[in-house]
Design a protein around this ligand. Structure first.
Ligand code: TYM
Length: 334
């Protein structure tokens, strides 16, 4: 608890261009939860280098992502928005937790298996221990809740297991975090293959809506979305393409799948796709405009980076000191 509030931690990688999946699965929920909790929202740049990056590009993307958090509606005076690499405690705690995580556990991580297949020329140890760094991110701030999309649930489970193991040895050191999964948009699927999740790294640009896509592009991509020949707008397993579009529409409008089925009863796919595209454009446009505006204010963004980095550092140190003492590292002499 900080000032009587429960703690929330979440993060996003600054790799690739953010998609509608990132927005509906995570960022949008972050904004909803941001009043209720004491929040830490990190741009997780340490995670990004598990895959080879161009340094200038990474720096630029990380900054854009930080600005985007604010543009999406997070108030940086209330929420701690910061770069992971500015708080060395993440890496320090990750090392300690590495010694409490079994290789068998890491071998089971599906994201590692996927990334290993995709980056077969660079299967580095960081890629393998990535979930431990993620556990460190969360446990460092004693987070009660972690809002994420469904693809991160396995990592959250591991975080809980490692925290419980550590607490089992040393006493109640870490808060055991709960995942928070939004009701809609927790798994936005590719527009070109609705059996695959929408991903920043998809090579087909038509498969993903990027957060900075303009209205025409968004509508064009939805028009081309892969559906089926059933010619009925129904929310069911047998129609994964339509189901995905209904999920997106509901996440953007707040309607339920039943209401959506009724709204489009007897109507064609073309009309429905246009409505979905328009609902997405309506939700992204204000974020894009605010992003453009904020990006111009360098001094303001710099001050946020400095203040929030210091705040994160303060809370991270508190946990880290406790952990270091428990595992038996000698106290500092001041
Ligand atoms: P990342 O950067 O891949 O994704 C950021 C967030 O977006 C969600 N997401 C999706 N949600 C719904 N549908 C999709 N198609 C979709 N694609 C992505 C993700 O679930 C995530 O919530 N390892 C994390 C970053 C991280 C983190 C953390 C998250 C590092 N440390 C600590 C929470 C807590 C990742 O790579 O997310």
């Amino acid at each position: 608890m900080i000032d009587g509030k429960k703690i929330l931690f979440s993060g996003m990688q600054a790799t690739g261009t953010l998609t509608l999946g990132n927005y509906l699965g995570a960022l949008k929920n972050w904004v909803t939860l941001s009043d209720e909790y004491e929040c830490f929202y990190s741009v997780v740049d340490l995670h990004s280098i598990t895959v080879r990056q161009d340094p200038a590009e990474l720096r630029k993307r990380a900054r854009n992502l930080l600005v985007l958090y604010i543009a999406a509606g997070l108030d940086p005076k209330k929420n701690c928005i910061y770069y992971q690499s500015h708080v060395s405690g993440h890496a320090e705690l990750a090392w300690i937790l590495n010694c409490f995580t079994y290789m068998g556990e890491l071998n089971r991580m599906t994201q590692f298996k996927d990334k290993m297949a995709k980056h077969s020329d660079n299967i580095n140890a960081g890629l393998y221990t990535y979930p431990v760094l993620m556990a460190a991110d969360i446990l460092l701030y004693q987070a009660d809740v972690v809002p994420v999309g469904k693809d991160q649930l396995q990592h959250l489970e591991l975080t809980r297991d490692v925290a419980q193991r550590f607490n089992g040895v040393y006493g109640e050191i870490f808060t055991i975090p709960e995942p928070y999964i939004g009701q809609r948009g927790a798994r936005v699927m590719s527009l070109q293959d609705p059996t695959k999740k929408m991903s920043k790294s998809d090579e087909n640009a038509n498969a993903s809506i990027y957060l900075m896509d303009d209205t025409d592009t968004i509508i064009r991509k939805f028009k081309r979305a892969v559906t089926d020949s059933e010619a009925e707008i129904r929310y069911r397993e047998e129609q994964p393409g339509i189901r995905n579009l209904i999920d997106i529409y509901c996440a953007c409008t707040g309607k339920t799948p039943e209401e959506t089925e009724k709204e489009f009863e007897g109507k064609g796919y073309g009309e429905f796709k246009l409505a979905v595209g328009e609902s997405v454009a309506a939700i992204l446009k204000p974020v894009q405009e605010r992003f453009q505006e904020l990006s111009k204010d360098k001094a303001y963004i710099d001050s946020i980076i400095k203040e929030n980095g210091e705040k994160a550092e303060y809370y991270a140190r508190k946990t880290l000191r406790k952990v270091q003492k428990k595992v038996g590292f000698p106290e500092r002499i001041r």
